[in-house]
Design a binder for this molecule. Structure first.
Ligand code: ATP
Length: 237
């Protein structure tokens, strides 16, 4: 069973299809890069997958169930969508404690994930004093809190310094090597090249390429492949 499966997904806003007939899967052990120009439909796809928006047609499932039907979603899937979602007046540690309590996760795990993302020393400062990269790290800690099998990440390298980017790659690689599945939306092609096993490219709401990165790119740079592919769908709709 794929860890993530999207079949014939359509999401309409009025008469406008933000995505239509989108299908792809993420298998356990794989890191899949989700690429596409601004407005292509990446966030819409992730929102439906995570139950933040409803599908107009088709299905999006995680471990075989729609997000809303997962019994304990925090233990199945971790998401990092928008590091701006952290409460500025709370410390990083308190933010994670609140999430852990809500998901029935023991407090010890909060210390574990803080250490994992290198935020143990800054954990008791308020989020408003954090840099963007520090907020991203706390966001990743939140995604890992429930020790999930699936990670869904939107621009996770946003604000990370070079060491942070390498560290993020290593975290994702070892997560996938341990049998986890990662869906990673990003515009940073250098990051995607280094970490993704497979690519899904969306253009104007539809899948325009899907497969192992090496088979798609075939010796070209990812940038050349991607820019040629998306040239026809260039421009925000
Ligand atoms: N709530 C909404 N109402 C109307 N249109 C929407 C809504 N949400 C998204 N859209 C439209 O759907 C399309 C896809 O948007 P989406 O945010 O999924 O793109 P994206 O690929 O994530 O883009 P970016 O790379 O810029 O983040 C865009 O044209 C956007 O304007």
């Amino acid at each position: 069973m794929p860890a993530i499966e999207i079949v014939g997904l359509r999401k309409s806003y009025g008469t406008f299809d933000a995505v239509r007939d989108v299908s792809f899967a993420v298998e356990p052990g794989r890191v899949v890069g989700l690429l596409g120009p601004n407005g292509a439909g990446k966030t819409t796809t992730l929102d439906v997958l995570l139950g933040l928006a409803s599908a107009s047609a088709g299905t999006a499932t995680i471990q075989g169930s729609p997000y809303a039907a997962l019994e304990n979603p925090g233990r199945v899937v971790g998401a990092l969508l928008d590091a701006g979602g952290l409460h500025p007046g709370r410390s990083g540690r308190d933010h994670l404690r609140v999430l852990a309590t809500a998901a029935g996760i023991e407090g010890r795990r909060v210390d574990e994930v803080l250490a994992l993302v290198g935020m143990d020393r800054a954990a008791d400062r308020r989020v408003r004093t954090y840099s963007l990269g520090m907020r991203q790290r706390v966001g990743l800690a939140a995604a890992l809190l429930g020790d999930p099998q699936v990670l869904v990440l939107d621009e996770p390298a946003n604000g990370l310094d070079p060491a942070g980017m390498r560290w993020m790659r290593e975290v994702l690689r070892s997560f996938a090597d341990g049998g986890g599945a990662v869906l990673l939306a990003s515009h940073v092609l250098a990051e995607v090249t280094q970490v993704a096993d497979d690519l899904v490219v969306i253009g104007q709401g539809q899948v325009i390429a899907d497969g192992p990165l090496e088979d798609l790119v075939r010796g070209e740079s990812l940038e050349d492949f991607y820019l040629n592919l998306t040239a026809e769908t260039e421009g925000v709709r």
